[in-house]
Design a protein around this ligand. Structure first.
Ligand code: AMP
Ligand code: ZN
Length: 125
């Protein structure tokens, strides 16, 4: 799609690629190495993707996890996830999975991780 940033990722920015998906760095990273994995086909969100596209995305998530661990010796965890719909926080409507490297101590108390989409609910009792 002409106006979609993810349909127009420059070739030089692609880190990993397979038949149906590709991986590149997030332009506004949450942490160093924050990567996005998308299907090549323009679909708005996770539930619009085919099983083969989901599988291609997960294959690249695994590859990118490995390349990040080779590049950065200080990575100790990851958050992985995708926002589906404006109410869930999605801002670019071409499906993308976030792969966010985490390092011990990057925030004071990381408990709850992705539960932090509703910040006051991140830490459960
Ligand atoms: P979301 O809010 O889940 O839709 O995430 C969109 C993500 O895309 C954000 O993390 C942005 O930093 C990232 N982003 C937006 N535009 C670009 C771009 N042109 N290239 C790479 N990443 C982008
Ligand atoms: Zn697109």
């Amino acid at each position: 799609m002409k106006d979609c940033p993810f349909c127009n990722i420059p070739e030089r920015d692609i880190i990993h690629e397979n038949g149906l998906a590709l991986c590149f760095l997030d332009r506004y990273p949450v942490t160093e190495g924050h990567s996005l994995i998308i299907p090549k086909r323009h679909v708005s969100g996770h539930f619009q993707a085919t099983p083969n596209e989901v599988s291609a995305i997960m294959e690249l998530a695994e590859l990118r996890k490995r390349s990040l661990l080779e590049e950065f010796s200080d990575i100790t965890g990851f958050n992985i996830g995708t926002n589906c719909g404006r109410s869930a926080g999605q801002t670019v409507f071409h499906l993308h999975w976030h792969l966010i490297p985490r390092r011990d101590g990057d925030i004071e108390d990381p408990r709850g991780g992705v539960r932090g989409v509703i910040p006051v609910k991140r830490i459960y009792p």
